[in-house]
Ligand binder design. Structure first.
Ligand SMILES: [Zn+2]
Length: 132
């Protein structure tokens, strides 16, 4: 039930092309982060089931592949949780095991970086990333 609400909310927000969402959805709606289902959504079947492989992402449910599926997931993370994503947040939300992989995904987007290696966080301007 809750997931349906999120899906509607997110698609509404994406359509709105807002520059910045503040405060994050989790704060606004008093949602516990652990109640949010993590994972990368397949743009073909709209279900969470994309898995990282060398060339991109593959949906385990319908077989669709995408090179950019993580971008939507990372944008969703910022809408949900706010404005500072750590490598570990990225790995947990996208179901990526390797720190190096998460790093590559993060730097593939035009995110603003703050802090040095271990304490580095990333933030986004929601209208600066092209929708793919
Ligand atoms: Zn799929």
């Amino acid at each position: 039930m809750k997931e349906t609400i999120f899906a509607n909310l997110l698609s509404h927000l994406h359509r709105g092309h807002r520059q910045f969402i503040s405060p994050p959805i989790c704060t606004t709606y008093s949602i516990q982060p652990e109640d949010i289902r993590t994972g990368v959504i397949c743009q073909n079947c709209n279900r969470i089931g994309m898995e990282k492989y060398t060339g991109g992402w593959r949906c385990l449910l319908c077989g669709n592949t995408s090179r950019h599926a993580h971008k939507q997931a990372i944008r969703d993370w910022f809408l949900l949780f706010g404005d500072a994503m750590r490598n570990q947040d990225c790995r947990r939300f996208l179901h990526v095991d390797r720190q190096q992989t998460a790093h590559r995904l993060l730097i593939s987007m035009s995110l603003e970086r703050k802090g040095s290696y271990r304490n580095r966080t990333y933030s986004i301007q929601l209208d600066s990333e092209k929708h793919t």
